[in-house]
Ligand binder design. Sequence first.
Ligand code: ZN
Length: 279
Amino acid sequence: MAARADTVHFWPPGIECAVAFTFDFDAEEVWLAGDPATVERPGRLSQGTYGAKVAVPLILDVLARQGVPATFFVPGRIAERHPERVAEIVAAGHELAHHGYTHTSPTALTPAQEEEELVRGTEALARFVPWVRGYRSPSWEFTQHTLGLLEKHGFEYSSNLMDDIRPYLHAGAGLVELPVHWSLDDAAHFWFAEDEWSKKISTVEEVEAIWQAEFEGIRRLGGCCIFTMHPQFIGRPGRLPLLEAMIALARETPGVWVAPAHEIAAQARRALVPATGAS
Ligand SMILES: [Zn+2]
């Protein structure tokens, strides 16, 4: 039986907080999965293309400068559409993780379709890495079948839910959850509501203040700070310095461990299941 999360010290000696920089490399798939007819709307689609064409290389440069390994959640169809970019991500030493085959919420799928998405997504990523340990749903949403399917197909962690600030084990599934939140998601702050023009784009200073406060709060509580970013948003020229500043802040803060999501999940599993070690 797992120990209670609030009695567990999750991190290695001297470490009080873990930070992962994760990137959902959605590119055009956000729009194509939502409406296949978008293929005939190059203007709309170009918003995602920017992620593959310009932003990912710029983000890889930032990560290399900072010497930080990150996690890229990639829809299988984007791995097929932009194989050169995915190969660059892997060659740079970053983790590749599952983000659906198409960018379709599991809640819009039958159980058979949901499993097919998992299998096809893994097959697409298998061209680049021997195995895929992590899963992030395209909507941060589960069905009642999702956890069982993730376990059946050998996933080690999920990074989807907002009910904690520390990792925990899903009951019965043996799967580690690395919790997320909208406040640490660049899309919540930077996505322009192009259909309604109803939402202001946040300034870098506003987002930096939100991210610093959340990082500091999670650090004080000994949790894990999982940043969720999207190349088409954080990879804009005016925002890349914010990414670099947040990475530098995490790296330079004593007692903070910056690691790819799978390493944080593995460490949390060792802390939560001490009797069986890394099982
Ligand atoms: Zn996504």
